[in-house]
Design a protein around this ligand. Structure first.
Ligand code: ADP
Length: 151
């Protein structure tokens, strides 16, 4: 009986996790940053994905490690190429909001085969970046569920 009760509690806890409880800080760069500077930025900030925004902080694009690697193995001068040339751009960006259920956001990461996505506020002017949700955040949520077991 105790086992069954725990199972119900765990399911309940899983379905109630929200993005806002596990999201992390976004790392945002401008559309005109060079690919060279974006690579330096990615190392310095220790993230796997950079979000690209305009001056209003509205989401314009996403840069992954492989986007930068792909460009680097070409012969071009990385100091001359702005990131907006190589980024994945709106409207093809998968994103979520802080009030979304974490399980839905996690499913979106898997379905779209991506490592992370921006957490946003959708406004009339554009899509404002307020956070970042990564596979690491989802893994941390998975660990947090194990604590239910101790109750
Ligand atoms: P990597 O390319 O380093 O394996 P990802 O799997 O996250 O990292 O990215 C795969 C491709 O999907 C890249 O071209 C990247 O620009 C794009 N991408 C990453 N995140 C998103 C997102 N949230 N929405 C749409 N495209 C994305």
């Amino acid at each position: 009986y105790a086992g069954k009760k725990n199972t119900l509690t765990l399911t309940d806890a899983l379905m109630n996790l929200k993005v806002k409880d596990f999201q992390s800080m976004p790392v945002i760069v401008s559309e005109n940053m060079t690919v060279y500077d974006a690579i330096c930025h990615m190392f310095l900030e220790d993230v796997g994905t950079l979000f690209v925004a305009d001056q209003n902080n509205y989401l314009q694009g996403v840069l992954s490690r492989k986007d930068l690697l792909r460009t680097s193995i070409g012969t071009q001068d990385l100091n001359k190429i702005p990131v907006h040339i190589i980024m994945t751009r709106m409207p093809n960006i998968a994103y979520c909001t802080k009030s979304d259920f974490l399980i839905e956001a996690a499913k979106k990461l898997i379905d779209r085969e991506i490592d992370s996505m921006p957490v946003v506020n959708e406004t009339v002017g554009g899509v404002e970046i307020i956070g970042r949700l990564t596979k690491t955040n989802v893994t941390k949520a998975f660990i947090s569920l194990a604590q239910i077991h101790e109750l």
